[in-house]
Design a binder for this molecule. Structure first.
Ligand code: WQD
Length: 342
């Protein structure tokens, strides 16, 4: 019996590659579209090393609609699409908004237009807790207010959700938006992980790059917040837990278990951790010292962000299982492996 085929855009990226591994583990056939603008082709070999299966790969830009059309003509019987492919550097999106609106929105619209034409009707969309901005109430539920985003990146996630909601209402498309809190960590084999280009924007890669000696010092962006230790709190979630949630979302749509045409789920652990807690946990788990200093606040940072995950727990029948120790230990093993590779 032929396997159910899932198309994963951005499937050589950080979350995409971990999701492809979990899809293969769950018995799906996977097809990847990626333009390799923020990932590398060797990740395909790593996926094969982990799973024994090398996904079908198309190196194309989703902004090239004909190329997208061509993939759907070649790959018959795609049952569901998981759409990761997007630019995601918050800071860059503020200085280069058109780059983000053009790429992130045009690629989504092209994908959806081709899906409609080919009668592929299930899509899982990679969204972000950034759509909430600074929350008024904690923990954050899916019905929390969506505030005007400070970044073009955040706006493209809000607009992407809006496009899906409105299209699903008047077409055969069924969609699920997954709002990620803070994805961190790497696969236990240390064969795949986060490959930040240039100076990392995010905390965890900056921690591991500082510890391995690639960066001189980690700056803690402010310790004068109204939190127990003064540093910001986030809901860090292991990338493998996140990947497994995508499999569950795909299955929900394929099995027709979705209770509305457009659904949204928060993907977090429901637990908040401060920056200093991450630093202390890193030192305890790895035994490696970390050179850090306290610096000024980073503009736009929310004080506390953590999820109410009950909707995902109940409807997706999914719950994050891995804790901070596994997140940090796997991130460190990946960083050490990267150093050996260079
Ligand atoms: C986490 C905490 C920083 C770096 C971003 C995006 C969001 C999503 C996840 C895509 C904050 C502090 C960080 C450093 C620090 N990405 N920090 N020193 O800002 O919560 O969310 O990544 O969807 O859209 O906004 O994550 O990892 O940048 O920061 O003190 O060198 O670590 O102030 O409190 P953030 P982050």
């Amino acid at each position: 019996m032929s396997k159910v085929k899932i198309l994963v855009t951005g499937g050589t990226g950080y979350i995409g590659s971990h999701t492809v591994v979990e899809l293969i583990n769950a018995g799906f056939e996977t097809v990847i579209i990626d333009d390799l603008s923020n990932s590398e082709q060797f990740i395909l070999d790593r996926i094969e090393q982990i799973t024994g299966v090398c996904p079908t790969f198309y190196n194309i830009d989703l902004c090239d609609k004909d190329a997208v059309e061509d993939v759907f003509s070649k790959e018959k019987n795609i049952v569901s699409v998981i759409h990761f492919a997007a630019y995601k550097a918050v800071g860059e999106s503020i200085s280069e908004p058109l780059k983000y609106y053009n790429n992130n929105l045009l690629s989504l619209i092209n994908l959806l237009e081709v899906m409609k034409g080919k009668n592929v009707n299930n899509v899982v969309f990679s969204s972000s807790a950034t759509v909430y901005g600074e929350p008024d109430i904690l923990p954050i539920t899916e019905s929390a207010a969506i505030k005007k985003s400070l970044s073009a990146y955040g706006s493209t996630k809000q607009m992407g959700e809006d496009i899906l909601e409105k299209l699903s209402a008047v077409s055969k498309i069924n969609s699920i938006a997954l709002r990620y809190f803070n994805p961190v960590g790497a696969h236990e084999t240390a064969l795949i992980g986060e490959l930040p280009v240039g100076i990392p924007n995010n905390l965890m890669p900056f921690v591991t790059q500082t510890a391995i000696g690639k960066r001189e010092v980690l700056t803690v962006f402010g310790d004068d917040y109204a939190t127990p230790d003064g540093t910001c709190i986030r809901d860090y979630i292991h990338v493998v837990d996140l990947a497994k949630a995508h499999v569950k979302a795909c299955e929900r749509l394929i099995e027709g278990k979705n209770t509305s045409k457009y659904e949204v789920f928060n993907l977090g652990t429901g637990k908040g951790s401060s920056v200093l807690e991450i630093i202390e946990t890193f030192k305890r788990v790895t035994g490696v010292n970390l050179n850090y200093k306290i610096g000024p606040r980073r503009e736009g940072d929310a004080e506390q962000v953590y999820a109410d995950t009950s909707l995902a727990n109940n409807k997706l029948e999914w719950k994050a299982k891995l804790g901070l120790d596994e997140m940090i230990n796997s991130a460190w093993k990946w960083e050490e492996q990267l150093k050996e590779k260079v």
